[in-house]
Design a protein around this ligand. Structure first.
Ligand code: FMN
Ligand code: ADP
Length: 316
């Protein structure tokens, strides 16, 4: 998997393949369907499977007040798309000049001249070019003119549901704390990353040291206690996570605290990634520290069970 941040350095290996343009935030099951078809078309034309995405999302330049917090950072998106068989991601710097190109100019300059794409795959709600003036009909005409194959894939709906899977739907679930359902719609459990900073140094005394995460640049799940996984480089640990204040100690600020089960050592100043498997409970003000510790013991047991069950489904 290759990540490019411009097209001038794009090697010939990544031209002349199958292309899809989109934001791919979260990398969900609908995205996986597109990736699968792109892979297939790429193999048919004997070229690479390439995803073109704008970085940052165009809405940040056009209407920043409307920009939703993203579900994934760029590197993570690249990793997840790589798992789906994509060969290269182009995270193209969004500029006003680029957004001002007409649909035709965008297609000619980017898709044809820079990428020599031979096939494209999009969803039915695809829009491109200045003022989002180009739609799938425009795209169909342009592809035909250049002898390119085009597939318009219907959005993916999970069996038994009426609403299709979408990044905005997953955003709502994460914001409401339903990381379990969100995870069922994503290709992997919902994950955030941050830097480990100092807290009140109370965790170790309680017997449950917690890595406090700051500088999280994506959507943070709702306040609550969660079972999840901590990723420290190549190592992973079942993790009991507290998102919220520490009402038992009269602390009101929201913190993201990660207790990694079975880990010992100092990780201050290190980056840490955390994924969420399930929301266990609300954050409570306990009458005393012993009651909190008793509950933390239960949370750790539930986390281990949740983690083991998750691992078992992965091993299938
Ligand atoms: C899994 C987990 C669940 C927690 N639940 C609560 C809670 O319900 N109420 C609360 O006041 N604090 C809760 N805490 C936070 C502890 O009070 C906190 O980790 C401790 O005060 C340490 O803070 P420090 O990291 O700033 O030292 C929880 C922590 C963890 C790891
Ligand atoms: N199992 C663990 N999970 C998370 N952090 C741990 C663990 N074991 C040791 N640590 C380290 O201890 C620190 C947390 O200790 P704690 O007493 O809660 O202090 P603080 O309030 O500064 O977070 C973490 O930042 C990390 O460096």
């Amino acid at each position: 998997m290759q990540l490019y941040r411009d097209l001038d350095s794009l090697s010939a290996d990544f031209r002349g393949g199958a292309l899809t343009i989109g934001n791919f935030d979260g990398v969900h099951l609908g995205h996986a369907r597109i990736a699968q078809l792109i892979r297939q078309r790429a193999d048919e034309v004997g070229g690479p499977a390439v995803v073109f995405t704008f970085d940052p999302h165009p809405v940040r330049l056009l209407r920043p007040e409307l920009e939703p917090p993203p579900l994934t950072w760029t590197r993570r998106k690249v990793e997840l798309l790589g798992n789906l068989g994509i060969d290269a991601v182009i995270a193209y710097p969004t500029t006003r000049d680029l957004l001002n190109l007409s649909p035709e100019a965008f297609f000619e300059q980017i898709v044809v001249q820079k990428m020599s794409a031979k096939a494209m795959v999009e969803g039915p709600n695809f829009n491109f070019g200045k003022d989002r003036a180009g739609d799938t009909n425009t795209l169909a005409e342009l592809c035909q003119k250049h002898g390119m194959q085009l597939d318009i894939l219907q959005p993916f709906t999970r069996p038994g549901e009426t609403e299709f899977v979408s990044s905005s739907r997953i955003r709502k679930l994460v914001a409401a704390g339903d990381v379990k359902l969100a995870g069922e719609m994503l290709t992997e459990p919902y994950r955030i990353r941050g830097m480990v900073t100092h807290g009140a140094a109370r965790g170790s005394q309680l017997g449950f040291p917690t890595a406090n995460l700051e500088a999280v640049d994506t959507l943070v799940p709702a306040i609550g206690v969660y079972a999840g996984i901590g990723y420290r480089g190549e190592e992973m640990f079942a993790a009991a996570i507290n998102i919220g204040p520490n009402p038992t100690f009269g602390e009101k600020a929201r913190k993201i605290e990660v207790h990694m089960i079975g880990f010992q050592g100092s990780i201050y100043g290190e980056p840490l990634e955390v994924s969420f498997l399930n929301r266990l409970r609300d954050v409570i003000s306990f009458s005393d520290v012993e009651a909190l510790k008793k509950q933390l013991d239960i949370d750790v047991q539930t986390t281990i069970k949740t983690f083991d069950e998750y691992q078992a489904t992965r091993d299938l």
